[in-house]
Design a protein around this ligand. Structure first.
Ligand SMILES: *[C@@H]1O[C@H](CO)[C@@H](O)[C@H](O)[C@H]1NC(C)=O
Ligand SMILES: *[C@@H]1O[C@H](CO)[C@@H](O)[C@H](O)[C@H]1NC(C)=O
Ligand SMILES: *[C@@H]1O[C@H](CO)[C@@H](O)[C@H](O)[C@H]1NC(C)=O
Ligand SMILES: *[C@@H]1O[C@H](CO)[C@@H](O)[C@H](O)[C@H]1NC(C)=O
Ligand SMILES: *[C@@H]1O[C@H](CO)[C@@H](O)[C@H](O)[C@H]1NC(C)=O
Ligand SMILES: *[C@@H]1O[C@H](CO)[C@@H](O)[C@H](O)[C@H]1NC(C)=O
Ligand SMILES: *[C@@H]1O[C@H](CO)[C@@H](O)[C@H](O)[C@H]1NC(C)=O
Ligand SMILES: *[C@@H]1O[C@H](CO)[C@@H](O)[C@H](O)[C@H]1NC(C)=O
Ligand SMILES: *[C@@H]1O[C@H](CO)[C@@H](O)[C@H](O)[C@H]1NC(C)=O
Ligand SMILES: *[C@@H]1O[C@H](CO)[C@@H](O)[C@H](O)[C@H]1NC(C)=O
Ligand SMILES: *[C@@H]1O[C@H](CO)[C@@H](O)[C@H](O)[C@H]1NC(C)=O
Ligand SMILES: *[C@@H]1O[C@H](CO)[C@@H](O)[C@H](O)[C@H]1NC(C)=O
Length: 442
């Protein structure tokens, strides 16, 4: 007996992990399982072909069961429990083809231990986000993007003080989400690293207090009907990597002096009314990979310090009233320049193909539309980014032809070539088979 006891204990211990893995229901709290089932049952789960998600692997919410061998809600697709307490701490039902409303008495709000809640890409039938969301006070990660919520964003969001990720990304339309007070909604959410309000009707100035959210890494306020002066301090947030405010046509602002060691990687200001000069100190942003200011109101000189931005691969300067384009046009073949994949130089009143192109070997997308380009496309252009170029737009200029016109278009991977609205005559090079061509030759 004495001697056998340790042996039995040993046997039991070695069986324990094994038996646990078959006995998982112990881990799932009954009231949370019931809450999850009620939540599931409050929706119609659409046919994947109806909700248009045939390509992605959708969550198998339909397989959730409360009987048989599948009662452990911790093992359900999209559910995650705390290993020690067994409480449901993460629910990820993105792309689950859920259709229906979330009401204020929804059993979702009984899952009080939730830290991560992702309901992105479902169809909540234009229901409002219930203010009971504010009861889920452990949330660090809340993603309700692309899920057809409507109405005012509940002010209770302000109580979710642990949030580090908040995305309500939505379609901007009459049925979309709106807020009347962005400042009070987020000013206490000091742990936020991601704030994505793309497409939410904010219709106000950008609150200065956003510059106090010192953990922010990503701030997306595109397409939000913002107006007034953009707070310059936001550019200097110590961890900010991505600032996305495009498509706010009444938003004004200037670029600040940039310091070295700024982590800024992406700056998207297209379709705003930002103005003034591009500061030479932009050359200090040595992490910058994308800078797009299509259709803003910047003027003055394009600073030479752009040449120092070795990480820069996306640059769109199109449609700004610059006075001095010499950074583009007076480049020598010795100059070291960023290698662009995407270069937008449309509507800049360029009179000849800019020399900067001669040094480019990785372009995939080149836009030179609506300039003042005249004469022939020069023969050196045939060798620019020969293998990589896919989209080439040069419509709406005064070009008359192509120098040393080859019989076959020079770029073997070109997919889209727009040369219409010029003064082209002569013969057109034959495109590779798959190209989409927009041209008028006489
Ligand atoms: C989904 O819809 C398609 C087309 O309407 C139909 O062929 C298919 O049987 C449906 N699948 C399910 C699981 O209902
Ligand atoms: C669970 O039960 C279903 C039918 O009730 C059966 O098809 C399936 O194989 C069982 N799964 C396991 C892991 O036992
Ligand atoms: C919540 O989501 C974040 C980001 O995806 C992840 O790092 C974290 O592990 C998740 N937490 C839980 C409990 O799933
Ligand atoms: C949620 O699940 C999807 C896959 O269905 C995954 O791509 C995404 O990263 C998950 N989100 C979180 C926060 O875990
Ligand atoms: C969706 O909303 C419409 C209009 O409010 C309502 O008539 C319909 O019953 C709702 N459908 C579901 C599944 O909740
Ligand atoms: C929520 O309340 C409505 C009535 O206001 C009721 O019809 C519905 O069944 C309730 N839903 C849940 C999940 O309790
Ligand atoms: C849940 O939220 C509602 C509305 O914000 C509030 O009235 C209620 O007291 C909260 N319940 C708990 C348990 O926090
Ligand atoms: C956005 O909100 C403003 C003010 O709240 C309102 O006047 C405007 O109609 C809204 N825009 C849309 C598209 O709903
Ligand atoms: C923010 O927090 C402060 C201090 O904790 C509190 O006094 C204030 O009411 C809170 N504001 C909002 C909008 O929640
Ligand atoms: C930002 O924080 C500073 C210091 O904590 C405070 O004095 C200031 O009032 C805050 N600004 C806004 C606009 O909330
Ligand atoms: C580029 O950087 C070098 C060294 O970091 C510096 O000497 C030079 O002035 C910079 N050029 C411009 C145009 O900013
Ligand atoms: C474009 O350039 C031409 C010739 O340099 C000049 O006459 C014209 O005013 C410029 N147009 C714009 C819009 O800057």
């Amino acid at each position: 007996m004495h001697l056998l006891f340790p042996l039995i204990a040993c046997l039991l211990l070695s069986l324990l992990p094994h038996s646990l893995s078959y006995n998982l229901p112990l881990l799932c709290h009954q009231e949370e399982r019931v809450a999850l089932m009620h939540f599931k049952d409050s929706f119609i789960i659409q046919n994947y072909s109806v909700c248009g998600l045939s390509t992605d692997y959708p969550k198998e919410v339909a397989s959730w069961r409360v009987e048989g061998n599948n009662t452990n809600c911790c093992a359900w697709d999209g559910v995650e429990c705390n290993q020690d307490t067994g409480h449901v701490i993460a629910l990820n039902l993105s792309r689950s083809c859920l259709y229906g409303s979330i009401t204020s008495n929804s059993s979702l709000f009984r899952l009080l231990h939730l830290q991560n809640l992702t309901l992105a890409n479902n169809d909540f039938n234009h229901s409002q986000i219930p203010s009971e969301i504010g009861n889920l006070s452990s949330l660090t990660h809340l993603d309700l993007s692309y899920s057809q919520f409507s109405g005012q964003i509940p002010s209770a969001i302000q109580y979710l003080s642990k949030l580090s990720f908040l995305s309500l990304y939505s379609y901007y339309d009459n049925y979309g989400l709106y807020t009347k007070n962005l400042a009070s909604l987020v000013q206490n959410l000091t742990n936020l690293e991601t704030l994505d309000f793309f497409g939410i009707n904010i219709s106000s100035t950008v609150p200065e207090s956003l510059a106090n959210l010192s953990s922010l890494k990503l701030l997306a306020l595109s397409n939000c009907s913002l107006y007034g002066q953009f707070p310059t301090r936001i550019f200097h947030l110590p961890h900010l990597q991505k600032l996305d405010v495009w498509s706010n046509e009444d938003l004004t602002g200037h670029l600040p002096e940039f310091h070295t060691n700024s982590p800024l990687k992406y700056l998207y200001l297209d379709g705003t009314n930002f103005s003034g000069n591009l500061p030479a100190s932009i050359g200090n942003l040595n992490s910058l990979t994308s800078f797009t200011i299509y259709n803003c109101n910047f003027s003055g000189t394009i600073p030479n310090s752009f040449s120092n931005l070795t990480q820069l691969t996306t640059l769109d300067l199109s449609a700004n009233p610059f006075n001095d384009l010499s950074w583009l046009t007076r480049v020598s073949s010795n100059d070291i320049l960023p290698q662009f994949g995407f270069l937008g130089l449309a509507h800049l009143n360029l009179t000849k193909l800019p020399d900067i192109l001669r040094n480019q070997s990785k372009l995939e997308y080149l836009d030179l539309e609506g300039n003042n380009l005249q004469g022939l496309i020069p023969k050196w252009m045939h060798n620019v980014s020969k293998e990589s170029l896919q989209n080439f737009y040069i419509s709406n200029n005064f070009l008359t032809g192509i120098e040393n016109s080859p019989t076959i278009i020079s770029w073997p991977n070109l997919k889209y070539f727009a040369v219409d609205d010029n003064m082209m005559h002569g013969s057109l090079p034959i495109p590779p088979f798959t190209i989409y061509l927009q041209y008028e030759f006489t």
